[in-house]
Write a protein that binds this ligand. Structure first.
Ligand code: NAD
Length: 452
């Protein structure tokens, strides 16, 4: 039975909140870990899990909290707080990002680690769930200071992570450069080359082709299957998308290639500090819109209007007369307040973002019979491709892009079909069916190992 290390909670909020972009500066009205546990409890009850299995899976197997001393550019030493939470590794090594965030809390990391366990299980990849973080705001740190945080993070945890035990990746406010510093320090400590320790690496240093497209394409692979099930041809559909970043853009690209027409996209406007919806009833032109988009996924208002787009309020994306809604921006965007605005024409909601729908909205979506493809299934293309990266790195042999995307399609399609079958057979909402499959698989692995 693996060791469980539970340490004291630490301070949730730092004094750096003023430097956080407004999108991130939301008050924390809820505790993510309590939500994750409540979701788990509901499914555990449905599955009839025994008490020991519930006690095991409600909490992480292991948690590490540590100090990272960094000599800052001004000569002073500052202590940063780091975390790694390994929720469950019964099905394989832990997998999960490392976040840099000024408001990081141990409970957020616990929840995210638990959600990673279910996400890997629902797409049936042999990995568990983990998550890490550092309380810091990279906006206020030089590149050298960030490098020291990365190297300090791995020095504290090097014995408890690795290609066979726990595999980190980039996440909120961390990128491939951070991962390479972490990998380099790990390899110094262990004296060898271990490219399978980290995913999200640049392609020329062991990254996988297709990772950039993977999440958005994965959303559309599941959407394509949902349309098939409903007997709707993609070319007879229109969609409205919230977000115009990595996930949204690749989802739009593939959906358009399947014959669908995106008539509205919504994104954040940094200058006005609010969101807008850009609508073109005969279909947006992805490449032209991309040419007037900044690197944060914000569209230039004036240029869009010049190109003939209607400029509508941010929330207008949800009330369009389309068959498909793709929330692919941030969490809590479909709520009890606006769910009633979803048009009667909407048949499918494909959740590209993490947690875009609140439980209150879920209840109404279920009641209206809209087919919802839940986030941890719809957006699992990213982690699936990271798993492919790990496999390729471990064998030091890399596939062509077509091969990666072909394998991704197979994985996403079979995951969708499995969830949909359970939903139909057991008369469950798709989100509940996906949780039932994922939690059932992890519980079975724990039983088979003799842990419970
Ligand atoms: P991104 O930063 O590339 O893009 C985010 C987009 O959302 C931008 O266009 C931004 O303008 C828009 N946005 C932000 N706030 C908004 C608001 N209030 N209203 C409308 N638009 C708003 O991010 P991304 O990588 O595309 O990720 C989007 C979501 O998908 C996130 O929830 C992320 O956690 C999730 N996700 C991403 C991946 C991945 O591989 N990129 C994998 C799994 C899940």
């Amino acid at each position: 039975m693996p060791e469980t290390v539970v340490a004291d909670p630490i301070l949730a909020v730092t004094d750096r909140a003023e430097a956080v972009p407004s999108q991130l500066r939301k008050p924390k009205a809820f505790n993510s870990f309590q939500i994750a546990q409540a979701q788990f409890d509901k499914v555990a009850e449905y599955l009839g899990l025994d008490t020991a299995t519930r006690d095991l899976l409600r909490y992480p197997l292991r948690e590490y909290q540590f100090a990272i001393p960094v000599r800052m550019d001004d000569g002073n030493v500052k202590i940063f707080r780091g975390f790694r939470v390994q929720h469950n590794d019964a099905r394989g090594p832990g997998k999960g990002g490392i976040r840099f965030h000024p408001q990081e809390t141990i409970d957020t990391v616990r929840a995210l680690a638990m959600w990673m366990t279910w996400k890997c299980a629902v797409v049936d990849i042999p990995l568990g769930g983990a998550k890490g973080g550092v309380i810091c705001d990279p906006h206020n740190l030089s590149a050298r200071e960030q490098e020291q945080i990365c190297r300090g993070w791995v020095r504290q945890i090097a014995k408890n992570v690795g290609p066979l035990s726990d595999v980190p990746a980039p996440d909120v406010m961390t990128n491939a450069q951070h991962m390479l510093w972490i990998l380099d320090e790990f390899e110094h400590i262990h004296g060898g080359r271990y490219p399978g320790f980290i995913t999200g690496k640049p392609v020329d240093l062991g990254g996988s082709l297709g990772r950039t497209e993977a999440t958005g394409y994965g959303v559309v692979f599941t959407l394509r299957e949902a349309l098939k099930e409903l007997g709707i041809r993609p070319e007879n559909t229109t969609a409205s998308v919230q977000g115009f970043g990595n996930v949204a853009e690749y989802a739009i690209e593939l959906y358009t290639r399947l014959g669908g027409r995106v008539i509205a996209v919504s994104c954040w406007d940094q200058a006005d500090q609010c969101s807008y919806t850009y609508r073109k009833r005969d279909g947006i032109d992805l490449q032209k819109l991309q040419s007037i988009t900044d690197r944060f996924g914000g569209i230039s208002k004036s240029k869009a209007v010049e190109m003939g787009y209607e400029l509508l309020p941010g929330e207008a994306w949800i009330e369009q007369n389309v068959e498909i809604l793709i929330p692919a921006a941030i969490e809590n965007q479909i709520s009890g307040e606006n769910v009633g605005k979803i048009a009667p024409s909407v048949r499918i909601i494909a959740e590209g973002a993490n947690g875009p729908t609140t439980p209150e909205a879920d209840a109404q979506i279920e009641q209206r019979g809209i087919l919802l493809i839940p986030d941890f299934l719809a957006n699992a293309g990213g982690v699936t491709c990271s798993y492919f990266e790990q496999v390729q790195s471990n064998m030091n042999y890399f596939w062509e892009k077509d091969e990666v995307l072909g394998k991704l399609d197979v994985k996403m399609t079979s995951a969708y079909v499995a969830v949909s079958e359970v939903a139909r057979r057991e008369k469950l909402y798709m989100r509940d069916a996906a949780y039932a499959i994922a939690i059932g698989r992890v519980a079975r692995a724990c039983h088979e190992r003799g842990w419970v």
